[in-house]
Design a protein around this ligand. Structure first.
Ligand code: ZN
Length: 263
């Protein structure tokens, strides 16, 4: 055990997980309960996918309901955690020379973040900052930026990617709530193998995998796992599974932890 704050990637799945209790949400809750209390949380969410790299820098981020077609109680959900201009400044500092914009008023806390934190840190009393995903950059940019964030772990900041390593909404199979297509399981296993046994940095090579176009039809939900892979590469350590599984054929619910000291 070292004194680095653990880092994580969480497969968030449907926004309804914010309100539900299932084996995934229970794993997220157990993770939050077993790690040291973070000074603040930096979330890299699939749902802030824009044409720039930015951090939320407001003192009081709003809860964003960035979805449609869900019940009113999900739109009423609030995650009133404060922001952290200090963590936003620290992110911009460690990322240098990568330029990171300071977002004062456009974003906040989206459901990729709050659907998970509602379980991991239900009191919403730890400051939360989000880092955007720059849609214009190649996979290697995200891996390298993740590695640059490593010093934040030494300062007690929790870095959490939130997406899904396999995410193809156009191919959801509602008759298979707890199973994955063969290609989904193959690709999800390849990601997991690189994080937990192989070379985490080699995860970017999966762009050439024959299953990539099915598993990652758009990069938004995949990119957050590259930040954890970058942190693992920077630490010279493997990740451990937090919880594993597939949902509706084309979603992987796999989550991973880097450095998980027991408390
Ligand atoms: Zn999502």
């Amino acid at each position: 055990m070292d004194n680095l704050m653990p880092a994580a990637f969480v497969g968030h799945g449907t926004p309804m997980n914010a309100l539900d209790t299932n084996r995934y949400t229970e794993a997220w809750r157990a993770f939050g309960a077993r790690i040291p209390r973070p000074l603040a949380i930096l979330s890299v969410s699939a749902h802030w996918f824009i044409s720039a790299t930015a951090v939320t820098a407001m003192a009081a981020p709003r809860t964003i309901h960035d979805f449609f077609g869900f019940p009113p109680e999900l739109f009423a959900f609030q995650y009133p955690a404060p922001g952290s201009p200090d963590l936003a400044a620290a992110v911009r500092n460690v990322a240098d020379p990568v330029w990171v914009g300071a977002d004062e008023d456009s974003w906040g806390i989206d459901h990729g973040t709050w659907s998970v934190l509602a379980h991991a840190f239900p009191d919403a009393d730890i400051p939360v900052v989000q880092l955007s995903l720059d849609a214009s950059k190649p996979l290697a940019y995200h891996l390298e930026l993740g590695a640059r964030l490593a010093p934040l772990r030494e300062q007690g900041e929790l870095i959490m990617g939130s997406g899904n390593t396999v995410h193809h909404l156009g191919r959801l199979d509602w008759s298979s709530p707890d199973a994955g297509y063969d290609w989904a399981v193959r690709f999800g296993s390849a990601v997991s193998e690189r994080l937990t046994e192989g070379d985490p940095a080699s995860i970017v090579d999966l762009e050439d995998d024959p299953d990539f176009p099915n598993a990652v039809p758009t990069p938004d939900h995949f990119l957050p796992v590259l930040y954890l892979a970058g942190l693992a590469a920077a630490a010279g350590r493997h990740c451990e599974p937090m919880v594993e599984g597939y949902a509706f054929g084309s979603l992987s619910m796999d989550s991973f932890v880097l450095g998980s000291p027991a408390r």
